[in-house]
Design a protein around this ligand. Structure first.
Ligand code: PHE
Length: 348
């Protein structure tokens, strides 16, 4: 098939077939159309461009027809927004139990934000797309630093003006530099910089009961004159005791993060079994749960925000919120949170 008569004939055939089709989009995959497209090989070179244009025009016409059909189908029946909720004493169509509720993580973020707010912290938000500078450089991971690989960071195909991909933040620490800059003036007034960032983070990880690609962290940043590691530990212990509503023991082990020095891994005594149950689901019988990373903010991170590390010191911590909540309610699988399972969500 390679002439304009063929095109006209195929057009007639396809249009008459269109009405009978169950899935209208199938018209675009019809063999006749494919043959017309393939036919371009047999067209005289001088007529090729006109032929190509005519086939394209037919394809376009069919596409528009399919699209307008989809629009018609998806149009909703009109509703009367002024109608009273409870007509003629009939029951409202939604029973109370069918109403939506706040997601458990949203509720817990409100709770933990409130605890920190009462301790003098402001609450800030993160973002869902960030750049390499805030993910790495400002946090003392220079280019090529091996610890960059620990963060399984999702990157965009699109590049910024320096030719670097954007990132989906793999931790809330991406906000440290912005917080230090935003509240810099506090220091001159003799006040502390004290902020938390509870927000969503993303990692390109294998998924299982303890790992999700999308989860929540709460970052804490505190800077003033004379801040030391004892204040970090006391702050976290106080926060966790408030959150779990009981006295807890804490334990710190040395660790490594490029953006804190010294760095610690912070564990707390199991809020469930308190070390008394060798088959405890929460701590695996160890009596301790590793919960978060923290440390004293590295001088290079302070310098990147124009804070003099000889004058001011600070601490930072990053805690997985999903883990915190799972321990509170003995939830065994992190994937429940994003599963949209109503029987799970309705328990909160
Ligand atoms: N951002 C680190 C992580 O996600 C945790 C952390 C935050 C450690 C702040 C130290 C200070 O692994």
């Amino acid at each position: 098939m390679s002439s304009s008569d063929d095109i006209a004939r195929v057009r007639e055939t396809l249009l008459s077939r269109y009405e009978g089709l169950e899935t209208k989009a199938d018209i675009l995959k019809s063999p006749e159309l494919k043959e017309l497209l393939a036919g371009i090989r047999d067209v005289e070179p001088s007529e090729r461009s006109a032929y190509g244009q005519a086939v394209n025009a037919l394809q376009q016409e069919l596409k528009e027809k399919v699209l307008s059909n989809m629009h018609e189908k998806s149009a909703l029946p009109s509703i009367d927004v002024t109608a009273p909720f409870d007509i003629n004493g009939e029951k409202p169509s939604l029973l109370p139990s069918e109403n939506g509720t706040t997601h458990p993580l949203t509720q817990e973020i409100a709770t933990l934000s409130d605890i920190f707010y009462r301790m003098g912290y402001v609450v800030e938000e993160s973002r869902e797309i960030d750049d390499q500078y805030h993910m790495f450089e400002a946090l003392n991971f220079p280019k090529g630093h091996p610890a960059r690989d620990d963060y399984d960071t999702f990157m965009t195909v699109e590049k910024d003006s320096e030719g670097e991909p954007f990132v989906a933040p793999a931790h809330t620490s991406t906000m440290q530099n912005r917080i230090l800059k935003k509240y810099h003036a506090n220091l001159e007034k003799g006040e502390a910089i004290a902020a938390i960032v509870p927000d969503r983070v993303f990692r390109n990880e294998d998924l299982d009961a303890r790992h999700e690609h999308t989860f929540y962290q709460v970052e804490g940043v505190y800077v003033a004159k004379g801040v030391h590691a004892g204040m970090l530990i006391a702050t976290l212990q106080q926060f966790l005791q408030e959150y779990y509503g009981k006295e807890l023991e804490v334990r710190v082990n040395p660790f490594y993060f490029p953006f804190t020095e010294p760095s610690f891994e912070f564990a707390l005594s199991c809020p469930f079994c308190e070390g008394n149950d060798s088959s405890c689901k929460v701590c695996g019988g160890e009596g301790w749960v590793e919960l978060l990373g923290c440390g004293m903010i590295h001088p290079n991170v302070l310098k990147a925000a124009d804070i003099d590390p000889n004058e001011y010191t600070g601490f930072a911590f990053g805690c997985g919120i999903d883990r915190l909540v799972m321990m509170k309610y003995q939830i065994e699988d992190v994937r429940h949170f994003e599963s949209a399972k109503l029987d799970f969500l309705r328990q909160f």
